[in-house]
Design a protein around this ligand. Structure first.
Ligand SMILES: [Zn+2]
Length: 402
């Protein structure tokens, strides 16, 4: 599940006035791990089914056609109906529902209240229950008698496997239909990123670590435009100034400044040489550079001259209309329409964001979140996994670099 970083990266910054001569060393024996939904990392749940063991294979075709028509498996269609000489008849839960709803005999209803009651029933009772169930469902008597000669209760997958490891696990019980999703497999196996990409992501997270130490903040966050690998904005936690100024919130605000916005400019923006947050008001396009102050930029470029900064210019309504006819239909929204909030950006946070920050990142249409440390109020893997909530109208990928 992890990508191993084999190459060591040098990212030591020049000691600054704020540094007090600290020598920051971060081990980068780091790996990148995808934070997948629980349904991808937990074993598949099982349920019990009745299987009829058949001795004459000539009847299987006829039995199958009646079963598929009159006794569908409701939600278990990923299971193969025939396995060796066994035919899957119905789940024990389907039988319980049937007894609750249809059986006129109150005594039988009271005897079979749970799945376990059915599992411990005598062979004779099981056979008569199945005979009743199948004939009520419209299976012909010939097929019923053929299928209930010998009955077995067996455990099968209750949900379709999503990954190869789950498929191999459940297939030992009963075969399932399965088409692997290549992207999911790569995320699970830790082969989603190339070695070059891994090195880049680790390098940016190291940068977060070094900046937070040098600037004496708990948390640092960096937003990157993945198309250009350019640093769009940098933010730190500023909760001493305002309780809502968590790192991710400050970072989103810094991204907004690169689009001529920003709600906290009055609180945060300063104009001296050591300013951590600045707003460039030049008449040209410097607003696209206002996510990273000149001071921070200098700290980074001292040792990493190849790093670039800045966002793409915001497109005007007229430009958007003109571009509309020749946009790349396969491109993402960032390449189609230009910057809008954090659309298409990758964010690197030293610490797992809380629920407020995670929701703010969701609303701002982030593409990927990388974080280093977990925290007790973290909402991407500790308290919950916001990225797994299907009801949200925007989704993003989450990775831990540690
Ligand atoms: Zn937060």
């Amino acid at each position: 599940m992890e990508t191993i970083v084999s190459k060591r990266i040098k990212l030591d910054l020049e000691p600054s006035d704020n540094n007090d001569g600290e020598n920051v060393q971060i081990s980068n024996n780091w790996r990148i791990k995808s934070i997948l939904s629980d349904e991808h990392i937990e074993p598949i749940k099982r349920c019990f089914v009745y299987a009829g063991i058949v001795d004459d294979k000539k009847f299987i075709g006829k039995a199958m056609s009646e079963l598929c028509q009159s006794m569908p498996l409701h939600g278990l269609n990923f299971l193969k109906r025939v396995h060796q000489s066994k035919l899957l008849l119905c789940t024990l839960n389907q039988m319980l529902d049937f007894l609750r709803e249809n059986h006129e005999d109150e005594i039988v209803k009271k005897i079979f209240m749970t799945e376990n009651d059915l599992r411990t029933a005598s062979d004779q009772m099981t056979t008569s229950l199945l005979k009743l169930y199948m004939t009520k469902r419209g299976i012909s008597l010939t097929v019923v008698n053929f299928l209930i000669k010998k009955i077995e209760i067996t455990s099968v997958a209750a949900q379709a496997p999503l990954l190869s490891w789950q498929h191999s696990d459940v297939n030992n019980d009963w075969p399932t239909k399965f088409h692997p999703n290549k992207d999911l497999e790569k995320l699970y196996n830790g082969t989603w990123f190339t070695e070059q990409e891994t090195i880049f992501h680790v390098q940016i997270m190291e940068m977060c670590g070094l900046l937070r130490t040098k600037l004496k903040r708990e948390v640092c966050g960096i937003a990157i435009d993945p198309r250009t690998k350019s640093i769009v904005a940098i933010g730190f936690d500023e909760i001493d100034r305002h309780p809502l100024m968590h790192c991710a919130m400050v970072l989103i605000d810094a991204v907004a400044r690169t689009q001529k916005g920003g709600a906290w400019n009055e609180f945060l923006v300063e104009n001296d040489d050591l300013a951590i947050y600045t707003n460039f008001n030049d008449e040209f396009d410097e607003y696209t550079q206002s996510g990273v102050s000149k001071f921070i930029r200098k700290l980074i470029t001292t040792e990493n001259p190849s790093i670039t900064f800045g966002a793409e210019r915001v497109k005007t309504a007229v430009e958007n209309r003109q571009n509309y006819t020749d946009i790349d239909v396969n491109g993402d929204n960032l390449s189609k329409y230009g910057p809008y909030l954090c659309t298409g950006y990758d964010v690197y946070l030293w610490r797992e964001p809380c629920l407020m920050c995670s929701m703010a990142l969701t609303h701002s249409r982030i593409r990927t979140i990388f974080f280093h440390e977990t925290q007790s109020t973290g909402s991407l893997c500790t308290l919950t996994k916001l990225q797994s909530v299907k009801a949200l109208n925007h989704h993003f990928q989450v990775f831990r670099i540690a």
